[in-house]
Design a protein. Structure first.
Length: 92
């Protein structure tokens, strides 16, 4: 997985560990976004699949990052990364 400069900046800005982005990219649900761009989302199924590969400690922390997604463009380069939703927030 190769990060663009923008994706690396967003990863740091949003405090997203590298293993979370890797799990989203490797095990996440894929959906087309626009043209050749695809989004990989870290959902419960992805966390379950990742728990078979990653250590128990890392796998247990992945649930805190549910909803994180990575946008992947041409040449399998990660364009950006973000959190899909804010957990624990109530509608008013």
């Amino acid at each position: 997985m190769v990060l663009s400069k923008h994706a690396h900046a967003r990863k740091c800005q949003r405090s997203l560990p590298s293993y979370v982005l890797s799990a989203a990219y490797e095990f996440g649900t894929c959906r087309p976004v626009r043209g050749a761009v695809r989004a990989y989302t870290l959902d419960r199924t992805a966390v379950q699949l990742a728990s078979e590969v990653y250590s128990r400690r890392i796998a247990s922390t992945l649930t805190r990052y549910l909803g994180v997604y990575v946008l992947v463009g041409e040449n399998e380069k990660v364009v950006t990364a973000a959190r899909g939703h804010c957990r624990g927030r109530r509608n008013r």
